[in-house]
Ligand binder design. Sequence first.
Ligand code: AMP
Length: 178
Amino acid sequence: MNGIEAHTVYIGLGSNLDQPLVQVQHALHALSGLKDSELVAHSRLYASRPQGPQDQPDYVNAVACLRTQLTSQALLNALQSLEQAQGKVKQRHWGERVIDLDVLLFDDQVMDSDSLTLPHPCIAQRDFVLVPLLELAPELRCPRTGQAYHEALARLPEHFLDPCSPPRSVDPSSGAVS
Ligand code: AMP
């Protein structure tokens, strides 16, 4: 990246179709090649049961941290292009998907436009987002409310992460999972 100001962003990844582990690996690799951006780190990969309709496969989730010179809208557009390239087809609300890429946080921006809500409105209700997010940045707070995300996690009434499935690590350049 050149000297233009860069933003710190966190991207949520999820998949529960067509070999979810491979889909998330693939998306991490794609994020590592995103224009005007640098993949700084990513969490381990977590297994979770579905939120919403229960007649769908379990998910693999992760969070990536990027430094990017894109605007928040340009980043959303780029993520949607990656989703399309990976074969995402919108089915039902909270339904199965090959890949889902959400902008969780974009610096401390708070925004409510037609296409983008920042921070992502569902972070604080989902352990499958909070746990990988806090793995990368334990002290993060919601820029809208000021609440520490670790407090949100401690107060969650419902849990989706599969405690029987240990988190996996992936090298996005080689795709190797360990
Ligand atoms: P979904 O496919 O369920 O992830 O929903 C995608 C839709 O959510 C798109 O129309 C986006 O414009 C909208 N959206 C609003 N805020 C966000 C965000 N922070 N990250 C990703 N998509 C968002």
